[in-house]
Ligand binder design. Structure first.
Ligand code: ZN
Length: 123
Protein backbone atom coordinates (compact mmCIF):
# COMPACT_ATOMS: atom_id res chain seq x y z
CA UNK A 1 0.00 0.00 0.00
CA UNK A 2 1.35 3.40 -0.98
CA UNK A 3 1.41 6.35 1.44
CA UNK A 4 -1.38 7.97 -0.57
CA UNK A 5 -3.55 4.83 -0.35
CA UNK A 6 -2.96 4.63 3.41
CA UNK A 7 -3.85 8.31 3.83
CA UNK A 8 -7.00 7.94 1.76
CA UNK A 9 -8.11 4.77 3.60
CA UNK A 10 -7.78 6.46 7.01
CA UNK A 11 -9.30 9.70 5.77
CA UNK A 12 -12.42 7.98 4.45
CA UNK A 13 -12.72 5.77 7.55
CA UNK A 14 -12.88 9.03 9.53
CA UNK A 15 -15.82 10.07 7.37
CA UNK A 16 -13.84 12.89 5.73
CA UNK A 17 -13.84 13.74 2.05
CA UNK A 18 -10.66 12.81 0.19
CA UNK A 19 -10.57 15.98 -1.89
CA UNK A 20 -9.83 15.51 -5.57
CA UNK A 21 -9.96 18.00 -8.39
CA UNK A 22 -10.56 17.99 -12.10
CA UNK A 23 -7.94 19.93 -13.96
CA UNK A 24 -9.37 23.41 -14.52
CA UNK A 25 -8.29 25.14 -17.72
CA UNK A 26 -7.40 28.79 -17.24
CA UNK A 27 -9.56 30.87 -19.57
CA UNK A 28 -8.19 33.93 -21.21
CA UNK A 29 -9.77 37.19 -20.13
CA UNK A 30 -11.34 35.56 -17.06
CA UNK A 31 -10.29 36.03 -13.46
CA UNK A 32 -7.50 33.69 -12.51
CA UNK A 33 -8.93 31.92 -9.48
CA UNK A 34 -6.47 30.64 -6.95
CA UNK A 35 -8.75 27.94 -5.66
CA UNK A 36 -10.12 24.69 -6.97
CA UNK A 37 -13.45 22.96 -6.33
CA UNK A 38 -13.40 19.41 -4.96
CA UNK A 39 -15.24 17.15 -7.39
CA UNK A 40 -16.76 15.13 -4.52
CA UNK A 41 -17.87 17.64 -1.86
CA UNK A 42 -17.71 20.82 -3.99
CA UNK A 43 -15.65 22.58 -1.31
CA UNK A 44 -13.48 25.45 -2.56
CA UNK A 45 -9.89 24.91 -1.56
CA UNK A 46 -7.06 27.33 -2.18
CA UNK A 47 -4.24 26.08 -4.36
CA UNK A 48 -1.78 26.88 -1.59
CA UNK A 49 -3.70 24.85 1.03
CA UNK A 50 -2.90 21.26 1.97
CA UNK A 51 -5.77 19.31 0.38
CA UNK A 52 -5.74 16.13 2.42
CA UNK A 53 -4.04 15.22 5.68
CA UNK A 54 -0.80 13.25 5.48
CA UNK A 55 -0.98 10.82 8.40
CA UNK A 56 2.74 10.07 8.05
CA UNK A 57 3.64 13.43 9.58
CA UNK A 58 3.79 14.09 13.35
CA UNK A 59 0.62 16.27 13.14
CA UNK A 60 -1.15 13.67 11.02
CA UNK A 61 -0.10 10.91 13.40
CA UNK A 62 -1.80 12.55 16.36
CA UNK A 63 -4.96 13.39 14.38
CA UNK A 64 -5.11 9.72 13.44
CA UNK A 65 -4.15 8.33 16.86
CA UNK A 66 -6.63 10.51 18.79
CA UNK A 67 -9.44 9.47 16.47
CA UNK A 68 -8.55 5.75 16.31
CA UNK A 69 -8.21 5.10 20.05
CA UNK A 70 -11.86 6.09 20.61
CA UNK A 71 -13.24 3.87 17.83
CA UNK A 72 -15.18 0.66 18.66
CA UNK A 73 -12.64 -1.44 16.72
CA UNK A 74 -9.59 -0.15 18.65
CA UNK A 75 -9.50 -3.24 20.91
CA UNK A 76 -9.68 -5.50 17.82
CA UNK A 77 -6.86 -3.52 16.26
CA UNK A 78 -4.69 -3.94 19.36
CA UNK A 79 -5.56 -7.68 19.52
CA UNK A 80 -4.48 -8.06 15.89
CA UNK A 81 -1.18 -6.34 16.63
CA UNK A 82 -0.62 -8.39 19.77
CA UNK A 83 -1.10 -11.64 17.82
CA UNK A 84 1.30 -10.41 15.16
CA UNK A 85 3.87 -9.45 17.78
CA UNK A 86 3.55 -12.81 19.54
CA UNK A 87 4.04 -14.69 16.28
CA UNK A 88 7.08 -12.57 15.40
CA UNK A 89 9.66 -15.10 14.24
CA UNK A 90 12.52 -12.80 15.12
CA UNK A 91 11.28 -12.72 18.73
CA UNK A 92 11.87 -9.03 19.09
CA UNK A 93 11.07 -7.60 22.52
CA UNK A 94 7.81 -5.73 23.09
CA UNK A 95 9.58 -2.37 23.25
CA UNK A 96 10.59 -2.81 19.61
CA UNK A 97 6.93 -3.12 18.60
CA UNK A 98 5.83 -0.26 20.85
CA UNK A 99 8.38 2.01 19.19
CA UNK A 100 7.01 0.95 15.80
CA UNK A 101 3.43 1.64 16.90
CA UNK A 102 4.15 5.25 17.86
CA UNK A 103 6.33 5.96 14.83
CA UNK A 104 4.48 8.45 12.62
CA UNK A 105 6.11 6.94 9.53
CA UNK A 106 4.79 3.46 10.36
CA UNK A 107 1.51 3.78 12.30
CA UNK A 108 -0.60 5.03 9.37
CA UNK A 109 0.35 2.06 7.21
CA UNK A 110 -0.30 -0.48 10.03
CA UNK A 111 -3.70 1.09 10.74
CA UNK A 112 -4.70 1.41 7.07
CA UNK A 113 -3.85 -2.26 6.49
CA UNK A 114 -6.06 -3.21 9.45
CA UNK A 115 -8.94 -1.05 8.17
CA UNK A 116 -8.69 -2.56 4.66
CA UNK A 117 -8.70 -6.13 6.02
CA UNK A 118 -11.64 -5.29 8.23
CA UNK A 119 -13.61 -3.90 5.27
CA UNK A 120 -12.87 -7.06 3.28
CA UNK A 121 -14.19 -9.27 6.11
CA UNK A 122 -17.38 -7.26 6.58
CA UNK A 123 -18.04 -7.55 2.85
ZN1 ZN B 1 -13.89 17.11 -1.03
Amino acid sequence: MTKKEANQTIHEARGLCWHEFDPMPRQEGKLDYDYQTCKHCRKHIRDSEEHNIDYHTPEGFFACWNWAKDEEWWEDFMDTLELRWLSDKKLRPLRYHMAELVDHLVFASILATFLKDRDKKSG
